[in-house]
Design a protein around this ligand. Structure first.
Ligand SMILES: Nc1ncnc2c1ncn2[C@@H]1O[C@H](COP(=O)(O)OP(=O)(O)O)[C@@H](O)[C@H]1O
Ligand code: SF4
Ligand SMILES: [Mg+2]
Length: 337
């Protein structure tokens, strides 16, 4: 039995573009690798600007997008291309998504409690009506709600914060080991964000649930995460302990990201309209560092040579500044930007 909960190995996604970029390919995710421990639940954040590939990583893990290459292993089982309904159901029972916009997750004409009962039904969580009711109540209690509070109510009768709690409760009905939450608080009032992310921290400690937290919001990420992966144009450019990366960032992109702290993109959803800029396509297709055009420290080598991962000061960083081979040659040259 593997002691890993999740292993993501060399995961890649190439999209074939249409429209004005017809005929071009875009590698939205480039060889992403990470593990989650089965014994020690954790909150791992994926952060980076819009279009860096975060949602595509999440969708591939959830089986909503087929990887171009690479593997997703869950508890030692390869789940990259599960086809059989029974196996898929078993996997989905353990790995649950939390969607971005609670107002889109719930049909305005459907009572919110019915979603929780449907989960219990679809995943065959309980046999009797009483057992189902108990399971639903427990899930709601673990997010600070009761069945009495939400029973018979429609989405518009609840606040955004309450509704997002219900969607977390819904995901918990199957007693998952991993939640994949893509921008779960970007549509929630700023004043309530902290209470929702605190919930993830609580689920981790109380119920051993790991969370893949995808966000623009570096403040909440810092508050709850154990580790963080910074993504840029499909690459994880810096990855490691949250304190190391956020308090002493090494990658020039992480440094700039932390200075600017971007705002959430309220339009961004799991199936957003794809609008690409020329710079984006250029950066994605660059052989060398994807940050070359924008990096204040760019050197000649950065243009065409893909930076290697260097293990430095408790994290991995994908930048030529830290690679030994060029330490004494290129680095002494002037920067190009
Ligand atoms: N279905 C698709 N077809 C073509 N390009 C896509 C598709 N989905 C995503 N992309 C592109 O892949 C890149 C990564 O997108 P995404 O994973 O949504 O990034 P993020 O979640 O970090 O904003 C973006 O440039 C996006 O435009
Ligand atoms: S590899 Fe070069 S261009 Fe890329 S971040 Fe490092 S110094 Fe900047
Ligand atoms: Mg996204």
């Amino acid at each position: 039995m593997s002691n890993k909960l999740l292993e993501v190995k060399d995961l890649e996604k190439v999209f074939h573009l249409g429209g004005r970029f017809f005929g071009s390919k875009l590698k939205a995710v480039n060889k992403v690798n990470f593990d989650l421990d089965a014994e020690k639940p954790e909150i791992l954040t994926f952060a980076g600007e819009t279009g860096s590939g975060k949602t595509t990583v999440a969708r591939m893990i959830l089986g909503l997008e087929t990887p171009t290459s690479g593997e997703v292993i869950y508890k030692g089982r390869n789940v990259t291309h599960i086809k059989k309904r029974k196996e898929l159901l078993e996997y989905m029972k353990e790995v649950q998504p939390i969607f971005q916009n609670p107002f889109e997750t719930f049909n305005p004409l459907k009572k919110v409690d019915s979603y929780l009962f449907e989960m219990a039904e679809n995943y065959e969580i309980a046999k009797t009506k009483e057992e189902k009711q108990k399971g639903v109540e427990e899930s709601l209690n673990s997010v600070g709600l009761t069945l009495k509070e939400i029973k018979g109510r429609y989405p518009n009768e609840l606040s955004g914060g309450q509704l997002q709690r219900v969607s977390v409760a819904r995901a918990l009905v199957t007693r998952p080991s991993l939640l994949i939450a893509d921008e779960p608080v970007s549509m929630v009032d700023a004043s309530l964000r902290m209470s929702i992310v605190n919930l993830f921290a609580e689920l981790k400690t109380k119920y051993n649930v790991s969370v893949l937290y995808i966000t623009h919001d570096l403040a909440t990420a810092y508050y709850i995460s154990d580790r963080i992966a910074i993504m840029l144009r499909g690459d994880v450019v810096e990855f490691g302990d949250i304190d190391k990366v956020m308090l002493s960032p090494l990658h020039p992109y992480t440094q700039i990201l932390l200075e600017s702290v971007p705002q959430p993109d309220p339009e961004g959803t799991w199936k957003e309209d794809i609008k690409l800029s020329s710079l984006e396509v250029k950066e994605f297709s660059r052989l060398g560092c994807k940050f070359y055009e924008r990096c204040p420290f760019a050197m000649k080598i950065c243009k065409d040579v893909e930076p290697p991962y260097v293990f430095k000061d408790g994290r991995e960083v994908k930048c030529h500044l830290y690679s030994e081979e060029i330490k004494n040659t290129e680095k002494s040259e002037e920067t190009v930007n």
